[in-house]
Design a protein around this ligand. Structure first.
Ligand SMILES: [Zn+2]
Length: 132
């Protein structure tokens, strides 16, 4: 009896953090890094397994909801941290911390909201180790 071929399984977290394709975990989803000023576009398809990332026009609009959850979690954490560390009641202190935080974290939110949408919220899209 022939043994099934053993595939090298790639871990989820490194693939997710480095924004690799959710199906093969080898190909890149983004062409450039998160803080690239020149290009933040998602590649049209995986260069390794040819998965088309945008399944239909406007597919990534759903990533707005994931990004919304990110920003709420970040702002609540920042507000609690500011309150604990400064104890201030002045709203300008909170605004002065939160506005730069939103600007600094927006590339992260943009990038990982789409990655989480692809990895966990896309029906029928799962990891195929035989494509690695
Ligand atoms: Zn792929």
């Amino acid at each position: 009896m022939e043994k099934p071929e053993k595939y090298k399984e790639l871990s989820l977290m490194p693939a997710l953090i480095t924004c690799k394709c959710p199906r093969c975990r080898v190909g890149k989803v983004y062409e450039h890094g998160p803080y690239s000023l020149t290009n933040r576009k998602i590649l049209p398809k995986c260069e390794h397994c040819s998965l088309i990332y945008e399944k239909e026009p406007g597919y990534f609009y759903a990533a707005m909801y994931v990004g919304y959850a990110f920003i709420v979690a970040e702002l609540v954490t920042a507000a609690l941290g500011t309150n604990i560390l400064s104890g201030s009641d002045n709203p300008w202190v909170y605004l002065g911390i939160m506005l730069p935080l939103v600007a600094v974290l927006s590339p992260f939110n943009y990038r990982y909201s789409r990655i989480l949408l692809l990895y966990f919220l896309t029906p029928g899209l799962r990891y195929h180790p035989e494509m690695s």
